[in-house]
Design a protein around this ligand. Structure first.
Ligand SMILES: [Zn+2]
Length: 573
């Protein structure tokens, strides 16, 4: 017999009436030890620098041709992962008996036009200098004609902050004009600073990401969404938007995909936006200040927008790779702990002189290799685990996390029974550290487990020093988090390296970012030191194992943007 009725406001909820040990405040230690610590340590010792390095070498070898979705490089990468999963005796992760999930993708290049009609005169927009326009519905021809423009502030609905920019206004068929970033709510005690109690102050939340804004426009039935570009809140200059949106874009090819997007997603430069507002007899800065207040209501601009987009589309057949270690508990085996690490890189560019292959050794050969090594550790646990463990290698992370997005929309195992996703994207190959940086610090109780296991290694967990960059929202686990699944994200999270100068970690990360990140030089390096990656792998093995064996559910912490959807999904169980 087990408790299926979940109390939505518990921090951690007892699941089974056997060995129930609810976590206390700030806890994270509730585990029903299925194995004595010595057996767990023995299994963890399977993870060695050589084991991880051998996998990285295989996955980033030239014969994988840079692991681009839809190429022979994909076939060889998928074959390697599947052969390793089989060697370890893991079960197929797809209920259809295979180790893959087909992911149909499209690549599209658009030729757009855009114009505003204000007080009887037409104002055409120069693309891409004044605006970029994309249609992600997978259609060859898209037209939006004279759609009413409505300024919706930040376009945010955040129940945990009692915030709703839309109020009762119906925006179906309209074109939403939105501000970039989180609502910039001033601190009542110091109006020059942001209120730390609202949208995490200076840190970026999900509500500030451009993807959220476009998703919200689609959810509300808008025809088009226009984000006003401001370098501060967006995090990068308009030239970056212009460069990345002007070239070929990727999307999921699925019949229901059209409903997930408005017909048109666009960015508009700040200058052009200010000119539009003043042509409408409105002041941009005044309305922007109003948008930082809870009582803000949408403001019709008294103008319309028209767009056309002609898309040249090609289709790509790709795959997520997934394996499963079946749990041993007759009931809990139907609940899942997921590890994820994307397999794709950027393929090859035959126009380059010299090296043409984006081997992606660190990004993300290192994450996949670590996942394979951990999978091996799990197979060495006497008695196995109570819950089942999923090992997912999504495709097309480098193209807007499309493989993970597809999995989250078409899960092979119920998301409300998926207790956690532990994601690895670029591991620390520069030596042992005394601390781990938690990306998305303070978001979920998985971090409490991380703290406990890190302490056993004599290590501490530090907050993300660059929370305003929103790294938590930039890898595959985010797609699962959006659907409520508690997630932990590992991105070269080392700090305070042992026996190294204080600035060593920052120097190594900067060197990687400037010299090798997303370049053909992301190769296996002679000076790598995998001792820290081994410790991190053993740590993440311990965290996943704790979730697999514990009587408690990981949870998003109060004030976290994914908590409400998790609670509503759990109620539906
Ligand atoms: Zn990556």
């Amino acid at each position: 017999m087990r408790a299926i009725v979940l109390i939505s406001l518990c921090v951690l909820m007892p699941l089974s009436d056997t060995a129930v040990t609810p976590l206390g405040p700030g806890g994270g230690t509730a585990r029903s030890a299925a194995q004595p610590p010595a057996q767990v340590a023995d299994a963890a010792r399977v993870v060695t620098p050589t084991l991880i390095l051998d996998h990285v070498k295989a996955l980033s070898a030239d014969d994988k041709e840079g692991r681009a979705p839809g190429t022979v490089g994909e076939e060889r990468t998928v074959a390697y992962l599947v052969s390793q999963f089989k060697r370890l005796g893991l079960a197929p992760g797809n209920p259809d008996g295979t180790y893959v999930q087909r992911v149909p993708l499209i690549a599209f290049t658009g030729a757009p036009t855009a114009a505003f009609d204000v007080k009887g005169s037409r104002i055409p927009l120069a693309i891409p200098d004044e605006a970029v326009v994309v249609s992600r519905q997978g259609l060859a021809d898209v037209a939006v004609s004279k759609s009413v423009l409505v300024f919706v502030g930040y376009g945010v609905v955040a129940p945990e902050f009692n915030w709703d920019d839309f109020k009762d206004v119906d925006v179906r068929g309209k074109t939403l004009v939105m501000l970039a970033g989180d609502p910039a709510v001033p601190d009542p005690a110091n109006p020059a600073a942001l209120d730390p109690a609202m949208f995490k102050g200076a840190a970026l939340t999900y509500y500030g990401r451009w993807t959220y804004k476009y998703e919200m426009a689609a959810k509300r039935g808008a025809s088009a969404a226009i984000l006003i570009h401001e370098t501060g809140p967006a995090g990068y200059p308009y030239d970056v938007v212009k460069g990345s949106w002007g070239r070929e874009n990727f999307g999921v090819a699925s019949p229901d995909e059209a409903s997930r997007h408005a017909a048109v997603d666009a960015w508009l430069t700040l200058d052009r936006a200010k000119a539009l507002f003043s042509a409408c007899g409105l002041d941009f800065d005044t309305l922007k200040a109003k948008a930082a207040m809870r009582e803000f209501r949408p403001v019709p601009l008294g103008a319309t927008a028209s767009f056309t987009v002609k898309n040249t589309i090609r289709t790509i057949e790709s795959q997520n790779v997934i394996a499963k270690l079946d749990g041993r508990d007759p009931v809990l085996r139907n609940e899942y702990v997921m590890y994820s690490a994307h397999w794709d890189s950027f393929g090859k560019n035959t126009s380059l002189a010299g090296d043409q292959i984006f081997n992606g050794a660190l990004d993300n050969g290192s994450g996949m290799a670590t996942m394979l090594a951990m999978a091996e550790a799990f197979t060495r646990l006497p008695g196995g685990t109570k819950r089942s463990i999923l090992f997912l290698a999504p495709t097309a992370e480098e193209s807007a996390m499309l493989g993970a997005k597809y999995y989250a929309a078409h899960p092979l195992w119920p998301l409300e029974k998926t207790l956690a996703d532990i994601n690895m994207d670029i591991m620390n190959f520069w030596g042992r550290t005394k601390a781990i940086v938690s990306i998305g610090y303070g978001m979920s109780t998985l971090e409490d487990l991380l703290v406990v296991d890190a302490a056993k290694q004599g290590r501490t967990v530090l907050p993300d020093q660059e929370a305003e960059k929103g790294y938590f929202y930039r890898s595959d686990h985010f797609e699962l988090a959006k659907q409520g699944v508690p997630a932990l994200h590992f991105l070269h999270p080392g700090a305070d390296y042992r026996d190294k100068p204080a600035d060593y970690g920052q120097r190594m990360r900067d060197r990687y970012t400037t010299q090798d990140y997303h370049k053909v030089t992301d190769d296996v390096k002679a000076d790598w030191d995998l001792s820290g990656a081994v410790e991190d792998a053993q740590l993440l093995f311990g965290v996943g194992l704790a979730v697999a064996q514990s009587s408690a559910y990981p949870e998003w912490k109060p004030g976290t943007e994914f908590r409400a959807i998790r609670e509503s999904r759990l109620k539906r169980r």
